[in-house]
Write a protein that binds this ligand. Structure first.
Ligand code: HEC
Ligand code: HEC
Ligand code: HEC
Length: 452
């Protein structure tokens, strides 16, 4: 009897696995015998370049100091590190043998030309929604890059997840395949923006929270997530921006990495904005239109009068030039003018972050306007205090020095408490010390990891 049950169970498992294996199996797509970069229509290549910029393909496929698209960038996941492969048209180490059919399958289903399953660290769960013509344009752009011979680095993932069939299991459970259908009743720019945000822009990959399987929680879309150890703030009605976003402010921020009322990109968003500066202006405006509409309940607040009121209210919190105490500040608390945090602020920050009256032009935004001081979590503020703000390599831009070596942990915590109390009306943070320890740890491991 026991044996019968056991055999029965084994048979059921074998059949289930066989069925899954058959479902998961993908054949090899024949290699291209040769490809001729000059065969692609230059206008399609140009369009592909703009769409690849919307998708930030270069970020994950270029390692620090490496050749563009030649791979090696470490994409960190809770399950291990996966390196963006070489996607230049090199025939040995890149994707020079991939046909458009193989490329579309990779973007839609996360499968290599040979039929191996790719991990969703490659955001094909978003790219799957892109149209054929958009994917074909990106293909034309990629296949006309300079081929670079650079071998791929295998993923560092824990057993058993390093078995690629697990990626197939993930897809069976969680991948909804595109293409994307627009809602018909919205104006064109909004619809185009919705399509780009959800598909190539993969904005939700960072801005939507993920569950323990690494899947975006669709019922909490754009409610704030994580990217490279930074908090990607909520873009929906839970946005903590002290001044409601308008489509114009959003366009400035996305296109130029800076808006006079919302401040500067500092972390992973700096790369996104740098890429969007190379995308089509119309597409970036469309994304801005859509993303601004996400803050729904707050959108009604985004009229010129209420924006002015919000800006004035936030500016009142800001440090008067060199000293003085704003009215809402209580002495003796973390914000007290003799507290440790206040002293550090006066010594290290006020030279640049003082208030000069009127809207800022060349000096940093009033800190009361900054999202980072108003977020639920202090992580991004701590990143900025430690590492400062720097233009991307090779570009001009605003600079704030980092204070990593200059301040002790206790001083950073006191400073963060002070800034929160002084420049925001939101509740006290209880998590500063923990968040700081986590960031210090991340930065240490990043520094000691052997580059390859
Ligand atoms: C968030 C990071 C990220 C972005 C953005 C990204 N990729 Fe990738 N991509 C990856 C990773 C990681 C892999 C490897 C996954 C694996 O090994 O399972 C990958 C795999 C690929 C592959 C398969 C290559 C091979 O040899 O197996 C192609 C093709 C590809 N990406 C193209 C693109 C294109 C085109 C874009 C932009 C539209 C893009 N990727 C954007 C991270 C990214
Ligand atoms: C790689 C992760 C990542 C991706 C992809 C990403 N973001 Fe971000 N985003 C962040 C992080 C982290 C921040 C916090 C500030 C920073 O990094 O400079 C941010 C900040 C923002 C902000 C500022 C919010 C505020 O209230 O201050 C906006 C708006 C924004 N992102 C929109 C977008 C849009 C639109 C897209 C898609 C085109 C996008 N993001 C894609 C990580 C990402
Ligand atoms: C040398 C000038 C300088 C000093 C000193 C400086 N900052 Fe900055 N800070 C900047 C610039 C420039 C920016 C980015 C431009 C902007 O936000 O308008 C910035 C941005 C910021 C932001 C992000 C604002 C946003 O865009 O959302 C915070 C928070 C911040 N600084 C805090 C501090 C703190 C805390 C100190 C002291 C430990 C400090 N800064 C010292 C120049 C400086």
């Amino acid at each position: 009897m026991v044996w019968r049950i056991l055999i029965g169970v084994i048979v059921v498992i074998a059949v289930a696995f066989g069925t899954f294996y058959a479902w998961a199996w993908r054949g090899e797509i024949p290699p291209l015998q040769a490809h001729d970069a000059s065969s692609f229509d230059p206008s399609i290549v140009a369009r592909g370049a703009q769409l690849a910029a919307v998708a930030s393909c270069d970020v994950c496929h270029t390692k620090a100091g490496g050749k563009p698209y030649a791979g090696g960038y470490p994409v960190k996941t809770p399950f291990g590190t996966i390196y963006g492969p070489n996607v230049t048209p090199d025939r040995e180490t890149g994707i020079g043998t991939w046909s458009a059919v193989a490329f579309r399958r990779a973007m839609r289903e996360g499968v290599t030309r040979k039929g191996q399953h790719l991990y969703p660290a490659f955001p094909y769960d978003h790219f799957t929604y892109a149209t054929d013509s958009d994917i074909n344009a990106i293909y034309a752009f990629i296949m006309t890059r300079e081929p670079v011979r650079q071998a791929n680095r295998p993923p560092d993932i824990v057993f058993p997840l390093n078995i690629r069939l697990f990626a197939a299991g993930w897809k069976l459970l969680f991948l909804h395949r595109g293409p994307y259908r627009n809602e018909a009743d919205k104006d064109d720019s909004w619809a185009r923006g919705a399509y780009l945000t959800v598909s190539l822009g993969h904005c939700g990959a960072c801005h939507t929270p993920r569950n323990k399987f690494g899947v975006e929680e669709q019922n909490r879309a754009f409610d704030g997530g994580e990217g490279e150890g930074w908090r990607a703030p909520p873009l929906n009605e839970n946005s903590r921006a002290p001044v409601p976003w308008t489509a114009d402010a959003m366009f400035n921020y996305l296109r130029h990495g800076y808006d006079t009322v919302h401040g500067h990109t500092a972390g992973p968003m700096a790369n996104v904005a740098h890429n969007l500066s190379k995308a089509s202006e119309k597409d970036v405006r469309a994304i801005a239109t859509y993303v601004t509409s996400l803050s729904g309940a707050r959108a009604g607040a985004a009229n010129p009068e209420s924006i002015k009121t919000a800006v004035t209210a936030a500016s009142k919190l800001t440090a008067p030039a060199y000293g003085g105490t704003p009215a809402h500040q209580t002495t003796g608390s973390a914000a007290g003018k003799d507290s440790l945090g206040a002293k550090i602020f006066t010594g290290a920050c006020v030279t640049c972050h003082h208030s000069g009256g009127g809207l800022p032009v060349s000096r940093p935004i009033d800190l009361g306007l900054s999202t980072v001081i108003n977020e639920d979590d202090p992580t991004n503020l701590l990143h900025i205090i430690l590492t400062g703000i720097h233009p991307l390599p090779g570009r001009a831009g605003r600079i704030m020095p980092g204070f990593e070596g200059a301040l002790t942990d206790a001083q950073v915590v006191a400073l963060a408490d002070y800034l929160r109390t002084r420049f925001s009306h939101r509740p006290h943070w209880n998590t500063v010390a923990g968040a700081l320890a986590k960031i210090r740890h991340q930065r240490q491991t990043a520094a000691t990891e052997a580059p390859q």
